[in-house]
Design a protein around this ligand. Structure first.
Ligand code: KG4
Ligand code: ZN
Length: 334
C-alpha cells in the first residue's frame, strides 16, 4: 500500500512529545520535552502544573517534529494522539491540539491507547512475532499483556495496588533520594554488598497479578526500626533487597505467562525497562527458556510520541479512525 506518515502527539503525564513515524516502523522525528525538573521539588508529578507546561510547549514540539521529519504538512496521513489513560488535564492538551490539526489538514484523527504505544515501541526496532507477551512496567502501569495477533490485546495480569515504578519512587522518597527514584535505587542496589531479606508477593498460585504495596510497607518498617533503634540504615542493602523482590516476581510471572500462553517473545516496555537488575534477570531467564527478549532503547521505553505513532499505524492500516468529538479518557482500557 501507500506509505503512511503519522504525526503523533503524547501528553499523558509529564513528557510533551511529538513525532512523525513512517509506516509504523521508521522514526522520522521524535522530540520530547520532559518536565521532570519542574516536578522534582514536589517529589512527584503535580497534575495542574503538568497541564500548564504542556500548553506552553506543545505547539513548539509539533512544529519541531514536522520540521525535523522533512515531511511537508500536506503529506501527513493522519494525526495520532494518546487518548488515555493518563492525567485528564494533561491528555486534553494533546487531544485538543490533535483535533485542531486533523481538522485544519483534513486528515484522520487516531485516538491511541498509551499502553499500546509502550508495547508497539518495540516495533520501531524489532520484528514482533505473535503470539507474544508484553511486560509493561512504568510509573503508572504494571501489566502483562498477551498479544494474540497484531493489535489484539489481552491483559492477563496487572497490579492490584502500586505500579512498579511508583513503588520504586515511593521507596526512594522514604530514603530521601531525589525524584524519580527508580534510577537511584537501581544504582544503590548494584553497589550493595548484601541484601535485606524482604517478602515476595506471589498472590494466588495461578495469578499473573502483581502487588507492591506490601513490599513498600516492609521497606518502611525496616527504615522505621532503624530510626527507632538509632541504628544507621544500610540504604544500599535495603535498595538491593527491594529490587531483588521486585525483579524476582516480575521475572517469574512474565516467564510463566509466556509458557501458559505459548508466546515466544517477551516485549519489555515502560520506564522501568531501564532497570539494570530487571534487564539482567530477564535476559538470563529468557536465555535459559528459549524466549526471545525484546527491549527497545531507553529513549523509546520512557514516554514519547514515536511509540504512539507506531501503535496508531495498526489502526491507520485498517482504516479505524476516531471521531473529532472524541474525549480524553483518563482510565482508558486496552
Ligand atoms: O514510562 P515512564 O517514563 O513514565 C510513565 O509512564 O510512568 O516510567 C517512569 C518510571 C518512574 O517511576 C521511574 O522511577 C522508573 O520509571 N524508572 C526506573 C528506572 N528508570 C526509570 N525504575 C527502576 N529502575 C530504573 N533504572
Ligand atoms: Zn508511559
Amino acid at each position: 500500500g501507500e506509505a503512511s506518515y503519522i504525526l503523533a502527539i503524547e501528553t499523558s503525564c509529564d513528557e510533551t512529545s511529538a513525532a512523525v513515524v513512517q509506516d509504523g516502523k521508521t522514526i522520522l522525528s521524535n522530540v520530547v520535552s520532559s518536565q521532570v525538573e519542574v516536578h522534582r521539588r514536589f517529589g512527584g508529578v503535580v497534575p495542574e502544573i503538568a497541564s500548564r507546561k504542556h500548553v506552553e510547549i506543545i505547539t513548539l514540539m509539533i512544529e519541531q517534529a514536522i520540521a525535523e521529519s522533512g515531511i511537508p504538512m500536506n503529506r501527513l496521513s493522519a494525526v495520532a494522539v494518546t487518548q488515555g489513560p493518563g492525567l485528564v488535564g494533561a491528555l486534553l492538551v494533546g487531544v485538543v491540539a490533535a483535533k485542531a490539526l486533523a481538522m485544519a489538514l483534513r486528515i484522520p484523527l487516531i485516538g491511541t491507547h498509551h499502553i499500546a504505544g509502550h508495547i508497539y515501541a518495540n516495533q520501531l526496532v524489532h520484528d514482533i512475532v505473535y503470539p507474544c507477551m508484553a511486560l509493561v512496567a512504568s510509573g503508572g502501569h504494571t501489566e502483562l499483556v498477551l498479544l494474540e495477533s497484531e493489535g489484539k490485546f489481552r491483559v492477563v495480569g496487572q497490579t492490584r495496588d502500586d505500579a512498579v515504578g511508583e513503588a520504586y519512587d515511593k521507596v526512594a522518597r522514604s530514603l530521601h533520594l531525589p525524584y524519580p527514584g527508580g534510577p537511584h535505587i537501581d544504582k544503590l542496589a548494584a553497589e550493595a554488598e548484601e541484601a535485606v531479606p524482604l517478602p515476595r508477593a506471589w498472590l494466588e498460585a495461578d495469578s499473573f497479578d502483581f502487588s507492591f504495596s506490601g513490599l513498600k510497607s516492609a521497606v518502611l518498617a525496616v527504615i522505621n526500626q532503624a530510626n527507632m533503634k538509632g541504628e544507621e540504615l544500610n540504604q544500599a542493602a535495603l535498595a538491593r533487597g527491594f529490587q531483588e523482590s521486585v525483579v524476582e516476581v516480575l521475572t517469574e510471572k512474565a516467564v510463566r505467562a509466556l509458557r501458559v500462553y505459548e508466546a515466544k517473545q517477551l516485549l519489555l516496555c515502560g520506564g522501568v525497562a531501564a532497570n539494570r537488575g530487571l534487564r539482567a534477570a530477564l535476559a538470563e531467564r529468557c536465555g535459559h527458556e528459549g524466549i526471545e527478549l525484546l527491549v527497545p532503547p531507553l529513549s523509546l521505553c520512557t514516554d514519547n510520541a514515536a511509540m504512539i505513532g507506531a501503535a496508531a499505524h495498526l489502526k491507520w492500516a485498517r482504516g479505524e479512525f476516531t471521531e473529532l468529538d472524541m474525549k480524553a479518557e483518563p482510565s482508558f482500557s486496552l
